[in-house]
Ligand binder design. Structure first.
Ligand code: 13P
Ligand code: SF4
Length: 319
C-alpha cells in the first residue's frame, strides 16, 4: 500500500474508533481524562486534557460514573483516591512512571524514621503507598506556592524528585531534605544540548520543566509545569522557544500558536528519548477496548484510599 493510502486508512480507522469511543462514553456516562504527554489522537478523544494539577482537580469534580485515565498509573490512582465509589479504568496497567518507581514505599518509610520532626511533602508523581506516608501532596504547578505557605522554620522532606526539590530549595531559600529520585525523561536532558540550540537560535526563549537538572534550569528563561509552559508561550510575544520537556506538549503548543517555532531539547539527535514511553502506551485502540470491557480497572484498598486522600485534599482544598 502507498503511504498516502495508508494514511487515509489510518485516518478512517481513527475516525471509526473515535465514534465508537464517543458512543461508549455516552452509554456508560464515562469521561476520558488525558495528560498532555499522550499522543495527539488521545488528546483529541479526551473530554479533558491537562497537567497533573488540572487532572487531579478535574478528577475531584467529575460527575461521571466511569473515569478512564489516559495517563500513567499514579494518575489513575489519584483519580481513584478522590473517587472511591467510581470505576477508574487505565488502558495499560504497565503505564508506570520512572519517577514514582524511584521511591519504593518501604524504603521511603525507613528513610522518614531518620527525620521524625519533618513534614513530608511528596510530588504527586509517587505511588498511593508513598502518598499514605505524606503530609501534603504537591504538583509542579503548585509546589512553590505550597512550600512558601509553610512556616519558614518548618523542617521538610521532599520526595521523590531531587531536581524539583532542588529547584524549590533554590527559589525559596529552604533546605528541604531531598529524596534522591528522578524522571528518566527529564533528567537525561543536558545543558550542552540547550546551549547548542541557543547557538543555532539565539533569539529563542528557553523554557523548561522543573523535573530537569539544575544546570538545564539555570539556562531557562522560564521554568514551569506543563500548563504554565503552555500559558507562557501563548502569552509571550516571542516567536521561537527552546523546549526542555516531554515532546507531547508540542501538540497543544503548536495548536495554540501555529505561527510560532518550537525547538525540542533532545539528548541525542537521533533518539526519541524525550518521549515518555509510559504515556505513549495510551492509544485509541486500547482506550476503546478498556471502555468496552471496563477493564483494566484500578483497584485500591479502603485503608490506602483513606490515608492517601488526606494529603491530596490538603493540596486541593487546604483542609
Ligand atoms: P506536570 O503535569 O505537573 O507538568 O508534570 C509532568 C509530568 O511528568 C507528568 O508525569
Ligand atoms: Fe513519570 Fe517522567 Fe513519564 Fe512524567 S515523564 S510520567 S515523571 S516517567
Amino acid at each position: 500500500m502507498k503511504i498516502g493510502a495508508q494514511m487515509t486508512q489510518v485516518n478512517r480507522d481513527n475516525t471509526m474508533l473515535r465514534e465508537k469511543i464517543a458512543q461508549l462514553k455516552k452509554e456508560k456516562n464515562a469521561i476520558i481524562l488525558a495528560h498532555y504527554y499522550t499522543i495527539p489522537e488521545v488528546q483529541e478523544a479526551a473530554d479533558f486534557v491537562g497537567d497533573s494539577l488540572a487532572l487531579a482537580k478535574n478528577a475531584a469534580e467529575t460527575n461521571a460514573d466511569i473515569i478512564l485515565f489516559a495517563g500513567v498509573h499514579f494518575m489513575a490512582e489519584t483519580a481513584k483516591i478522590l473517587n472511591k465509589d467510581k470505576k477508574v479504568l487505565i488502558p495499560d496497567m504497565e503505564a508506570g512512571c520512572s519517577l514514582a518507581d524511584s521511591c519504593p514505599a518501604a524504603e521511603f518509610e525507613a528513610f522518614l524514621k531518620e527525620y521524625p520532626d519533618h513534614a513530608v511533602l511528596s510530588y504527586i508523581n509517587c505511588s498511593a503507598a508513598v502518598k499514605t506516608l505524606s503530609d501534603i501532596i504537591v504538583t509542579s504547578g503548585n509546589a512553590l506556592k505550597i512550600v512558601e505557605s509553610l512556616p519558614k522554620d518548618e523542617k521538610i522532606i521532599f520526595a521523590p524528585d531531587r531536581n524539583l526539590g532542588a529547584f524549590i530549595n533554590h527559589e525559596t531559600g529552604r533546605e528541604m531534605v531531598l529524596w534522591n529520585g528522578a524522571c528518566h525523561v527529564h533528567d537525561q536532558l543536558q545543558a550542552e544540548q540547550v546551549l547548542a540550540l541557543k547557538c543555532q537560535h539565539p533569539e529563542a526563549k528557553v523554557i523548561a520543566h522543573p523535573e530537569c537538572k539544575g544546570v538545564v534550569l539555570a539556562l531557562a528563561d522560564f521554568v514551569g509545569s506543563t500548563v504554565a509552559m503552555l500559558n507562557y508561550v501563548t502569552r509571550e510575544m516571542h516567536n521561537s522557544y527552546i523546549v526542555a520537556t516531554e515532546t507531547g506538549i508540542l501538540y497543544e503548543m503548536k495548536k495554540r500558536n501555529p505561527q510560532k517555532e518550537f525547538f525540542v531539547v533532545n539528548s541525542q539527535e537521533s533518539c526519541s528519548c524525550n518521549d515518555c514511553e509510559y504515556m505513549k502506551k495510551n492509544n485509541l485502540e486500547n482506550i476503546y477496548q478498556t471502555l468496552l470491557y471496563e477493564q483494566p480497572e484500578l483497584i485500591l484498598d479502603e485503608k490506602t484510599i483513606e490515608l492517601a486522600r488526606k494529603p491530596i485534599e490538603r493540596m486541593l482544598f487546604g483542609s
